[in-house]
Ligand binder design. Sequence first.
Ligand SMILES: Nc1ncnc2c1ncn2[C@@H]1O[C@H](COP(=O)(O)OP(=O)(O)OP(=O)(O)O)[C@@H](O)[C@H]1O
Length: 582
Amino acid sequence: MGHFITLKSFFLRNKWFYILGIAWLLIVDILQLLIPEVLRRFTDQLQANNLSSTDVFKYGIYIIGIGCGIAFFRFLWRIYIMGTSRRLEYELRNRLFSHLLKLSTNYYTNHKTGDLMAHATNDINAIRMALGPGIVMITDAIFITVIAITMMVVTTDWRLTVLALLPLPFLAITITKFGKVINTRFKAVQESFSSLTDTVQENFSGIRVIKSFVQEISEIEKFSEKNQMVYSKNMALVKLYGMFFPFVQFMSALSFLIVIGYGGSLVIYGEISLGDFIAFEAYLALLVWPMMAIGWVINILQRGSASMERINAILMESPEIVDKDSSIEVDNMTGNVAFDNISFKYPNSNEYALKNFSINIRNGSSLGIIGKTGSGKTTIATLLLRLYEANEGTIYIDGIPLNDIKLESIRNQIGYVDQDSFLFSTTIAENISFGVDGCSKEKIIRMAKIAEVHNNIVDFPLGYETYVGERGVTLSGGQKQRISIARAIIKEPRILILDDSLSAVDTDTEESILNSLKEEMKNKTSIIIAHRISTIKDCDSIIVMDNGVIVEEGSHSQLLSNNGLYYEIYQKQLLEEKLSNE
Ligand SMILES: Nc1ncnc2c1ncn2[C@@H]1O[C@H](COP(=O)(O)OP(=O)(O)OP(=O)(O)O)[C@@H](O)[C@H]1O
């Protein structure tokens, strides 16, 4: 239970909601405990034959009054306690999400999205259950048990109370055991269901692959197997519940049987009144629920505590890359970039992604980067954005070591177009203006024109208001790339990085985009990573990467005359172009 200590400040802020909620809950319990008393008096009067119609009316009013009181205070405690637990869920989810977004990129390499989603849903829900219904059940169960048993002893007979309560501990123990098995089976249902939904999601996303490989039947069979698994796990749970409820009824019936037998004889011998007998039965009925609740509440609290432990582990995780106290803001970068003898291995890798890498990029110039896949091109961009930290060497922007500049300054002034051209499921206009607040429509359109995507956008029925992704249009690879370029340049970055961002665009459009970008990036720095020579041939300088090192460097014409790897790539691409034209 110690894991909940991280929520201390929430509890302190909301203590009155909990205190008052529990007070309302206890009032409901007291009102419930009054009903047997009303029944006792009613029955005693009835037995004594002095019940007038006014009395009947009076008792009726009592019962209605108590019922209304129960309804009113039950409403209040639900609002106070359940409402507070919902607020806790809301705050915790916000805290978790903002914490996760602050963690470094590497965290996401080591953790599966599915697991993080499970934390955000199942774990937070389990915590809410523990600190909402869990608290209610435990308070309720303890209070009702203590008061009902006291009333049974004080107002009726202690021997009858002991006998009637004999089966109840067995009931509580067995329910706790049932609870454990139910929990295991419930988890199995959830796991099989989540595997089923994974299959469905993957099938829908990969529908084109399934169709083109004519795998519909086999996928349907796989789905059917998983569906069968969900069914059988559910049936195992249904059977257990099927046994559970009759068992609870049987055990509580035993108590009632004892009361009827022994209590009945006490009434016959005049040791207790008929009213006492009726009230006793009513108290006993009130006790069945707390006995059932004990098992559930232990379970709910255990699950909540385990979930809290998992959430705490995430909240304790600190970002690997953070600002130092001495980090400075650099507002108007000129865009001079230098990599000085940089070596870097990804945290989970033994191979150098970059080895003794050095380069100078003057502001106002453009650098083209080409090379085989996996040669370290993207790594250059990720290090410049400080998504990862170099192991050796220093990167400078405007002569200042990157580690001395505030992360926000760096990332605000670099426009990065990633290889995947990831877009959010929102409108095209919102995607383009993602990095800037309060951007005008005119500016969005101007950027889309530079990225040569404006004409495509206006052809969509809703134009810039068209939704991207599952709820809207499916964009072509080239359209996505160009929208991503517009998104990067709208920030008016001092340094622009295009990471293979023109690969899905035809060469004519590519040329036109590059020409417009040249104008837009005048006096600023551009780094263009590509596989196609056509993309980088006009850059001021070009480097050719292989295995994390620069193997060639120079302008397009210099590199061609070198007769090296660049020349080889160029010849291959020329040949490919010729073949595709024939
Ligand atoms: N997150 C990562 N963790 C471990 N290794 C990585 C990671 N990202 C990249 N690598 C490895 O680092 C090396 C350089 O990768 P990088 O992405 O920089 O290559 P690239 O030249 O951009 O490739 P491509 O042209 O295919 O985009 C590769 O061997 C790659 O497998």
